[in-house]
Design a protein around this ligand. Structure first.
Ligand code: UDP
Length: 329
């Protein structure tokens, strides 16, 4: 297939682009390089541009006849979405609308959308099925929920087919050391802990130790970025075979506490670093895990890296490569 990947120079998008190339797809990446990198586009063509620029989008769709669009480009920092909500409604929701207008005009038949477990908000359940009511508690989750809805409505009114993937906690890096998370000012737990090991942070905080979980810290379902990337490639194959539009959780269906994650990082690195226990971070649900039966049944997806030590090892290896590269440049 000829595939457009928005945000293909970013952390998750770049892993997907690499796998798409290996699967024989022809890739065009559209990315404004605000948080992505040129070097991360390891196959296909990179077009630097912004989804806010409708003329640039039109030119892109006039130049290429896409069989599918994979839409990753977005802002993803929850606290920032709370302090600057309109940035999220612009860059996530409005830009998805711009993209959908081009998809409609050019009758692109397939779309894969990067959504998030944040659309579920603070559910009473800890293992989440896709059919739960959506109740995001921050503008980031709301911006993604609104995007999902626009995709579904356009699909109902046209021949567009979609696979919406709701990511749980994505971590880890390409095991060959070619790609990984390079986001500046990262806030995600495993990345932050890896930066402590690398010495670029003095220490870190555990946000809340009074949750109703096995050790009082939050439980999350950490999925390796390569397994997530595989789900995207399989989603494309599924749509090419005529599969129905569907929403799928992406997670392993089990969780680790914040303390467990930090222990595994210390163990795998063989290095200790200061950890301070502080109060809860606003908007953190106690426990979130994916019910992943639907993705398993629908796509035939099975994980290759369902092991926290492996996730952490690949993240640590990448962190070293990335910090060395930055120091050398
Ligand atoms: N967390 C933490 N310290 C950090 C970063 C995260 O204790 O420096 C906790 C956070 O409160 C949450 C879990 O780790 O309970 C996962 O947070 P992350 O930001 O990685 O992902 P989220 O689940 O918010 O998408």
């Amino acid at each position: 297939m000829k595939v457009l990947v928005t945000g293909g120079a970013g952390y998750i998008g770049s892993h997907v682009v690499r796998q798409l190339g290996r699967a024989g797809h022809e890739v065009v990446v559209f990315d404004n390089l605000s948080t992505g990198y040129r070097w991360a586009v390891t196959c296909g063509e990179l077009v630097v541009g912004d989804l806010a620029d409708e003329q640039a989008l039109e030119a892109l769709f006039e130049t290429h006849r896409f069989d599918a669009v994979l839409h990753f480009a977005a802002n993803i920092v929850v606290p920032e979405s709370v302090s600057n909500p309109l940035k999220y409604y612009s860059n996530n929701t409005r830009n998805t609308l711009n993209l959908l207008k081009a998809i409609e005009r050019h009758r692109v038949p397939h779309m894969v959308f990067s959504s998030t477990a944040a659309v579920y908000g603070m559910p009473a359940e800890t293992v989440l099925t896709e059919d739960l009511p959506l109740a995001p508690i921050n503008p980031y989750g709301a911006s993604k929920m609104m995007s999902e809805r626009m995709i579904m409505d356009l699909a109902a009114a046209s021949s567009l087919g979609y696979v919406i993937l709701r990511y749980f906690n994505v971590a880890g890096a390409n095991p060959e050391g070619v790609l990984g998370q390079a986001t500046p000012e990262a806030t995600h737990l495993i990345k932050v802990a890896c930066e402590c090991v690398a010495g670029v942070r003095e220490g870190m905080s555990v946000f809340g130790t009074d949750y109703d979980t096995r050790d009082g810290t939050c439980v999350r379902d950490y999925i390796h970025v390569e397994d997530l990337a595989k789900a995207h490639v399989m989603a494309l194959d599924y749509m090419a075979r005529g599969g129905e539009s569907v929403v799928l959780n992406c997670g392993y269906g089990r969780g680790f506490t914040v303390r467990e994650v930090i222990d595994v990082v210390r163990e795998q690195a063989g290095v200790d670093f200061p950890v301070t226990e502080t109060g809860r971070r606003a908007g953190d649900p106690a426990a979130l895990m994916a019910d992943n039966r639907r993705i398993t049944e629908t796509l035939g997806w099975t994980p290759d890296f369902d092991d926290l030590a492996t996730i952490v090892r690949t993240a640590l290896a990448w962190e070293k490569i990335w910090q060395d590269r930055k120091a050398g440049s």
